[in-house]
Ligand binder design. Structure first.
Ligand SMILES: Nc1ncnc2c1ncn2[C@@H]1O[C@H](COP(=O)(O)OP(=O)(O)OP(=O)(O)O)[C@@H](O)[C@H]1O
Ligand SMILES: [Mg+2]
Length: 405
């Protein structure tokens, strides 16, 4: 008679007398429960649990699946050739995280580690192949199973279940324990790779920051040399040009220094970057009040961010120099607004004297405007100038990413 129970209930054929064999049914239910626990552990591993969480979950599920009193993950410490009880259930206080056991071939765990073979010891008191560790004796353990925890690198250690009862571990139980160890082994290996990757990333970040620092230092040397030369020249006009060149190079140095690296270190939050540029302006704009309004969360490549900073630098310098000359105070509004998922607008507006009608500022031959246009071109951006009453506004629409070449 076939079972008509729900899908979760195992279907077991009755014998000719119509009885369902009890032990067979129990064994089958045990196997199904073990499969469920394996699936549960697999899901935990896939969900990106931390190694610590996964170790704890492994020992809990392995002990549960085998009705065992104890389970532990033994991490092999090559320098001392011992195992550290890295995670465990059932053990007295102070064991997990501290206790160690020998990893020599005479111990079941050591044997499993060195040979890669699983070990079942159902009668530890009569065991002649291995000695029983003090830890097991102290806890009254009578039987044990050990399987190796192997990733694709060197073995991490051994997974062991122990029990006080005089029941027996079977080959099926060993297969379950091996399944648990395989899942944990893969997760350990993944964690090893992630750690290596993170270390490489940190090094990369460090080198990048170091490189920017050196760029800044080299540019500072160039600035000093230009300033020195400016001082030596008897021609005031030339001195002025050299000083301006020195100021611009100093600005580039500062923009490099202000590149800061978050998790995505090749891209900058452009709103935050522009804010930091505006807040660290030199004393030439001290008479201006910067009104900053930026949207965070838009990221651009660092070289594009530096180009944006160059444009901001020229426009703010001009506002301070022409809109509010002779140290008349005034506001300079700097905005970074999101246009679309792929572009943003930078605007710099003053409330100053403005420009005479008919004067096309963008066609001015000044170096400042040429720098603005050159970097806008590099950014594939559009520049527009709007006259206000009072003042003027530069509106620059900039794609977040460079066009594919
Ligand atoms: N915010 C402003 N308000 C009024 N006039 C401006 C403003 N910005 C620029 N101008 C005018 O536009 C001209 C061109 O500016 P540009 O930055 O190209 O050159 P510059 O500032 O004169 O020289 P440089 O930038 O090489 O020091 C300026 O000389 C100035 O007359
Ligand atoms: Mg200028």
């Amino acid at each position: 008679m076939a079972s008509t129970n729900g899908p979760d209930t195992p279907v077991v054929e009755a014998n000719s007398a119509g009885d369902v064999p009890d032990t067979g049914m129990r064994a089958l239910q045990d196997r199904i429960r073990q499969q469920e626990l394996l699936a549960e552990l697999g899901v935990t591993a896939l969900q990106g649990a931390t190694l610590e969480q996964l170790l704890n979950e492994t020992v809990r599920l392995a002990a549960k699946g085998l009705n065992a009193d104890f389970c532990k993950v033994l991490e092999h410490i090559p320098t001392s050739n011992r195992f550290l009880v890295r995670a465990g259930v059932g053990w007295d206080k102070g064991v997990v995280g501290s206790a160690t056991v020998g990893a020599d071939l005479d111990s079941p765990a050591g044997f499993a580690l060195r040979t890669g073979k699983s070990v079942i010891s159902n009668h530890l008191e009569n065991e002649e192949r291995f000695r029983t560790s003090e830890l097991l004796k102290q806890h009254g353990v009578r039987r044990a199973m050990n399987v190796i925890l192997q990733g694709d690198g060197k073995p991490f250690g051994v997974l062991e279940v122990d029990s006080r009862s005089d029941d027996e571990f079977l080959e099926h139980d060993l297969a379950f324990l091996q399944g648990v160890a395989n899942i944990l082994g893969m997760a350990i290996e993944r964690e090893r790779h992630e750690r290596k990757l993170n270390a490489a990333l940190e090094k990369h970040k460090f080198l990048l920051a170091e490189m920017n620092h050196r760029v800044k230092n080299s540019l500072s040397i160039v600035t000093s040399m230009l300033n020195l030369q400016a001082r030596d020249i008897a021609n005031p006009e030339l001195t002025g040009y050299l000083n301006e060149a020195a100021n611009r190079i100093a600005a580039v140095a500062k923009f490099h220094d202000q590149l800061s690296y978050g998790s995505d270190f090749e891209r900058m939050d452009i709103g935050q970057y522009v804010t930091s540029i505006c807040k660290n302006f030199d004393e030439n704009v001290a008479h201006c009040e910067m009104v900053i309004d930026v949207v965070d969360g838009m990221f651009v490549a660092t070289d594009r961010a530096v180009a944006v900073a160059m444009i901001v630098n020229e426009l703010i310098t001009n506002a301070a120099k022409y809109a509010y000359k002779n140290n008349v105070g005034g506001k300079v509004h700097i905005k970074v607004v999101k246009d679309s998922p792929a572009a943003f607008t930078l605007s710099v507006r003053d409330e100053g004297v403005g420009v005479a009608s008919g004067f096309d500022i963008l066609e001015s031959k000044g170096l400042g405007m040429r720098i603005v246009k050159a970097f806008a071109k590099q950014l594939d951006a559009k520049v527009a100038v709007q006259s206000h009453d009072p003042g003027i506004e530069f509106v620059i629409s900039i794609p977040l990413d460079a066009a594919p070449s």
